[in-house]
Each structure stands twice: as structure tokens, then as C-alpha cells.
Write a protein of this length. Sequence first.
Length: 263
Amino acid sequence: MELKIHPNDKMTPVERAKAIAEKRDYDRIMMDPFLGEIKARLIGKNTREYWRNEDSLVMGDIVSMNRFGLDGMGVGPNAYGIAEAMGVVPHYPEQGLIYVESHPINSIDEVNRLKDITIDSGNLKMYYNATARLREIADRFCGVGASVSGPITLAGFVLGTDKLLKAMIKSPDKVHEFLRYITDNVKKVVDIFNVLDIGFSMADPIASCTMISPKMYRDFAYPYTLEISSYIKEKSGRAPSYHVCGNTKKVWEHIKNLDIGLF
């Protein structure tokens, strides 16, 4: 399938972005809704069939682009894809959202058991190949990106969110050791995908003040998020976008200092 300009649009996403950057007239504001598992339905697949198949990932993005006129494409690896590469066993239901079935470690004391990521870990190669195909298909039409996890959410997936939050209070030094492993391996994922000449986004839902205190964000989320965002900007030449769910107002003073292009 080929990418097509949406009937309501007058520009390709690349043309629109260039016009906005050059302060020229453009046809509409840019938008990129997160469709997630909705893409599976658009191509007649269930959640499991979609997330476990390279062809489905590619087709889901093409169909979504042509139907909704999105301004970018991307299929992961997301927090679950990276967590799976670290040893998490995710459950892919036929319908509904992915969730963690089992963790590779049961205690903050077991961090040294975790292995470093390679492209052959988990399903990273599937996400890489799908992204590479989209990059070729979308050339000069729209941007393609890879999404990586922020440090707190990824740590929560690997250890268990409840255990992570308790350890932040009882064993902060061990949490920092854990987050060092998490951060170093997110950077490995960036290195793997960066050769495709794409953009990056980073999402850290659990880093919300709905879940953790502003002090926890400052002490545990901020330094590692800054390191990852700065690394992405240095390696790719483009600042990543950053998403956190829920209430973030109390940590805006930290977020504004991150090397991000969009929040």
C-alpha cells in the first residue's frame, strides 16, 4: 500500500512541518493521536495478532495514516517492547491492553541478575524491522519515530510498580542502581534505532504526580529522564517529545529543563 494525502488535507506531513518551521501558510495544525490497539481493528486483527507480527505493525500504520491523515508514523518498541527485551513476560490478550504477566526479578536486591539489551532481545528486532520498513515507505512523505520508555515506568514493569515505590522509600540507593541499569539500556535501544534516521518520543506514565510525589520525581525520575533526553538529542540531532500521564504541574520546573522538543 502507498501513503496518500488525506482528502481533507492539501499538504503532506513533511510539507506541513516545513511550512510551519519556515513560518509560511499551512493547511492545518499538526496532530498525531495515539491509536495503539485501535490500529489492530483497522486491519481486522486482534490485539495479540497485531503486536506479535511485523507485517501487522506496518500495515496498521499505513492504514491509519491513509484513513486519518496523521502527521507521523511509528510502531514502538514502547515500554512493553523494551521491558520484554529485559525479561518481562507480557500477556497479549486477544482483546484489550497488554499487561505484565511476570517480572524477571522479584526484589530490588536482584537487579544484578538483569542482562543488557541487544537487538536480539525479546522482540526488538521485529520492532526494528517494522520501523525500517515504515521509514522507507514514508520517505519524503512523513516522519517516522521510535517510542522509548521513560525510566520510572520501565523500572515499574521490570520490578513491579508497588515494589518500586516501596523501594524508593526504603532502599533509595538500590533504586538508583536499578535506574542506572534502566537508563543505560534505554540508551542502547536508542543506539539500535538511531541508525534509521528517525525521531524519538519518550513516555513515562508512572512518573506522574498522581503516582509519585514531586520529591520522588526530582530525585528518581528527573536525572535519568534528562540523561536519556539529552542522549537522544545528541545522537539523533532532534529533541524527543515527552509524555507523562495525569497531574504534572508540580514538576513543571524540572520538565522545562529536559532536552525535549514537545511535552
